[in-house]
Design a protein around this ligand. Structure first.
Ligand code: 13P
Length: 257
């Protein structure tokens, strides 16, 4: 399949980095790299900690950078100490939210079922979802990557309509490649993104699968981005460490043009 008709999306996932003041400084640095340049070849998103959202939204005004959160709760409101609802994000102008990141699954007990609840709540509130899936190293070594990723994708999308799917991006993030400097080869990334696309074709339609943006994430950086992004099934990147360095993030954005 060709990726010519799909939206390419380069998203930074800042994780638990940058205080509000540091966040504004990083957005300024990114803007110094990309403002005035043609970035029409891809959408640029910064997914930042909750407390940074308001100042980052302000700092991104007049730029090509869209803003996302890193998680969202599934209930509309209520006694959920420490949680943030989709309506709260929407009201302040947040456009995207990452759901199901492997760090949430690994350290905070998130399951495919709670990922599904979060996806549905975010879409119902009008947010765009970056849904993360990916296998552990042991699962890759057992040869069950395709099954694991297919199951995660199917459960996460349960009850999501074909119309709502237009607001979903899937990020394939092999857990063994996250923050390790060990990137999937472009062939491995393309293969699993292709598996995800085939699963979506089975759940919805060939047309829906063809239109779906599927990112790769896991040690994507200024050096390897062009090769990964050139693969037919890779439509963008979800970038951790390299998104915290403005010049590197700009190189990745350029590679996506
Ligand atoms: P790194 O780019 O730091 O490996 O992180 C990837 C990631 O988890 C993005 O969500």
């Amino acid at each position: 399949m060709s990726n010519k008709n799909r939206r390419t999306v380069i998203a930074g996932n800042w994780k638990m980095n940058k205080t509000p003041a540091e966040a504004v400084a990083l957005i300024k640095d990114i803007r110094a790299e990309i403002d005035g340049k043609d970035t029409s070849g891809c959408e640029v998103v910064a997914c930042v900690p909750f407390v940074d959202l308001a100042v980052v939204l302000d700092a991104c005004k007049g730029s090509a950078i869209k803003v996302g959160a890193e998680n969202v709760h599934w209930e509309k409101n209520g006694a959920y100490t420490g949680e943030i609802s989709a309506d709260m994000l929407k009201e302040i102008g947040v456009e995207y939210v990452i759901i199901g990141h492997s760090e949430r699954r690994q350290y905070f007990g998130e399951t495919d079922e709670t990922v599904n609840l979060r996806v549905k709540a975010a879409l119902a509130a009008g947010l765009k979802v970056i849904l993360c899936v990916g296998e552990l190293l042991a699962q890759r070594e057992q040869g069950i990557t395709a099954e694991v990723v297919a199951l995660q994708t199917k459960v996460a999308l349960q009850g999501v309509s074909a119309d709502e799917l237009k607001n979903v991006i899937i990020a394939y993030e092999p857990v063994w490649a996250i923050g390790t400097g060990r990137t999937a080869t472009s062939e491995q990334a393309d293969e699993v993104c292709g598996v995800i696309r085939a699963v979506v074709a089975g759940l919805y339609s060939d047309a829906a699968a063809e239109a779906l943006t599927i990112q790769y994430g896991g040690s994507m950086n200024a050096k390897n981005a062009a090769e990964l992004l050139a693969m037919p099934n890779v439509d963008g990147g979800l970038i951790g460490g390299a998104s915290l360095k403005a010049p590197d993030f700009a190189v990745i954005i350029n590679a996506a043009q």
